[in-house]
Design a protein around this ligand. Structure first.
Ligand code: SAH
Length: 238
């Protein structure tokens, strides 16, 4: 018998489980304020077969506000794709701010690069074509890097979120911010496993384990914001 179609069956369901509400949020307050270079990069990403990977503009808007408040000089990004969050970060840190951007996929980064150049912020970016963990480990070998970053954004392989957290808790200074994207995993963290498409189950499990572990981590204060696909924002306390 054919199964009833539930929101869980939608590819990348919105976490609020209402396409209409998400559309309203984006159209009423996010798209009208989105800067031209970001809009252009987002449009250029639309034809990418993996376009759903890009960070959500509403999560981006919250991150932009955070960046303006923090005014970070040294930042790191894990998971660049075509560069929506990277360009957003570059546009919202000071002119002498820097971003180390890590992704094994250079081709996708190159789709966004013309918009980064056009926005005049390429000088802030050091893109390293590499999985993130070995680079973080290399940075940690030099004690001068300890506590030297002000901000980190993680949006890549979910099975490594805790590994990233342990490393970033050393690299990011006390008072600095570490933000993790997709922590509500399309709302699937709150569904029974059987309701979730099989190819999404592993990351659902990883997200649930990460959310539990970070909620118990007394070294940070945090909020799990229900924007985009869920954005966990941590501030290092210890
Ligand atoms: N923040 C991006 C979206 C990232 S999508 C945006 O705003 O558009 C996830 C990205 O993580 C993909 O580009 C993928 O190539 C990358 N990725 C996968 N494994 C990785 C790893 N081990 N280290 C760093 N990046 C990784």
């Amino acid at each position: 018998m054919e199964k009833e179609t539930k929101p869980a069956a939608i590819h990348n369901p919105p976490i609020l489980m209402s396409e209409g509400l998400v559309k309203y949020i984006l159209e009423s307050g996010v798209y009208p304020r989105e800067s031209e270079p970001l809009r252009e990069l987002r449009n250029a990403t639309e034809n990418h077969p993996l376009n759903f990977l890009a960070s959500s503009p509403d999560a981006g808007q919250l991150m932009a506000l955070l960046l303006k408040l923090l005014n970070p000089k040294k930042t790191i990004e894990v998971g660049v794709f075509t560069g929506y969050s990277l360009l957003l970060t570059a546009l919202n840190i000071p002119d002498d701010g820097k971003i180390i951007a890590l992704d094994p996929d250079r081709n996708s980064y190159e789709i966004g690069l013309p918009f980064i150049k056009k926005a005049g912020v390429e000088h802030k970016i050091q893109f390293l074509q590499s999985p993130a963990l070995p680079v973080l480990d290399k940075l940690l070998k030099d004690p001068a890097n300890d506590g030297s970053f002000d901000f980190a954004f993680v949006d890549a392989d979910k099975n490594n979120y805790w590994n990233y957290h342990e490393r970033l808790m050393k690299l990011v200074r006390i008072g600095g911010i570490i933000a993790y994207d997709d922590t509500l995993w399309g709302g699937m963290v709150a569904m029974a496993e059987e309701e979730v498409p099989e190819d999404k189950r592993e990351w659902r499990k990883q997200a649930i384990a990460f959310n539990k572990a970070i909620a118990a981590d007394s070294r940070v204060e945090l909020t799990l914001a229900s924007v985009g696909d869920g954005l966990t924002i941590c501030r290092r306390l210890l």
